[in-house]
Write a protein that binds this ligand. Structure first.
Ligand code: CU1
Ligand code: CU1
Length: 275
């Protein structure tokens, strides 16, 4: 069984294997297909029409399925690899080992945001931006730009304490666990981290930055934590609702995966510190 670990506890070899598997997917084209798919859904997910990946109850199961598929692709290259998670309540500065040159590489340079060290730097030659929203063909970041700070543990706790999964209008206005975690309301957890990293992470082509997977892995882990704290809470909506994915409706673009299929993660993977 695949065990997903905290990125800060990975050995040098585990980091190298993860990076090499990602570079392998970039070379064989599978990586960019994930970027394209993600951007396609960001562009079509809106508050007042069909929404699947974002601004909607299925934000969590949709990204869980995306991560499972990505992790499977990595494992085709190296069966030992699992997705690590980035606990941004703990590793909360640009000096974290997450951003060292043996892993994600660091922030971008002042002039144009270009990441200049690590395996995904332009100079390394292995990380062209093929699926992009502008002409810039290199990975960009501005860690902590704009004076933003990452969410704190207390802020995470305040969101985990919400017992209702989601509520009408089932979009970015909703008052419930999903929308506060996604970040359109309240303290803003998930969205804020995208903006804190900056560069491509603040756009629809955010998976161009490999830290996307570590960020979403932690968001997924928070959903696991929430479920354990609220054993009587359920995914909502439970029945057919216009424009959103109810418990038993398939999530595009996958015709055979519903939120109900994603509620229990343990057939697919577990987290290192689960009780
Ligand atoms: Cu997303
Ligand atoms: Cu995201």
């Amino acid at each position: 069984m695949a065990v997903r670990k905290n990125q800060s506890s990975l050995t040098a070899a585990e980091k190298r294997n993860f990076v090499n598997a990602i570079l392998g997917l970039k070379r064989n084209g599978a990586y960019d297909e994930f970027v394209r798919l993600h951007n396609q859904f960001i562009m079509s997910d809106t508050d007042d029409s069909e929404r699947v990946g974002h601004r909607s109850p299925s934000f969590l199961p949709w990204h869980r399925q995306l991560l499972i598929r990505f992790e499977r692709e990595l494992q085709k290259i190296d069966a030992s690899v699992t997705l690590p998670y980035w606990d941004w309540t703990v590793d909360r500065t640009a000096r974290s080992s997450l951003w060292a040159s043996d892993f994600m590489g660091g922030t971008g340079r002042d002039r144009d945001g270009q990441v200049t060290d690590g395996p995904f730097a332009r100079a390394a030659g292995n990380w062209p931006m093929n699926i992009r929203v502008d002409q810039r063909t290199f990975l960009r970041r501005s860690l902590g730009g704009g004076g933003l700070s990452l969410p704190t543990r207390a802020e995470v706790e305040s969101v985990l304490s919400m017992s209702v999964y989601d509520r009408a209008p089932w979009n970015s206005d909703s008052d419930g666990f999903r929308n506060h975690l996604e970040g359109w309301r309240g303290v803003n957890l998930h969205n804020r981290v995208h903006v804190w990293v900056g560069g491509q992470m603040a756009t629809g082509v955010s998976p161009n930055d490999p830290v996307f997977w570590l960020h979403h892995c932690f968001v997924d882990r928070l959903w696991v934590d929430w479920k354990r704290r609220h054993p009587n809470s359920r995914y909502l909506p439970a029945s057919a609702t216009p424009d959103v994915v109810d418990l038993h409706k398939a999530m595009k673009p996958w015709n055979d995966v519903t939120p109900a299929d994603m509620l229990d993660h343990t057939p697919f993977y577990t987290y290192d510190t689960e009780a």
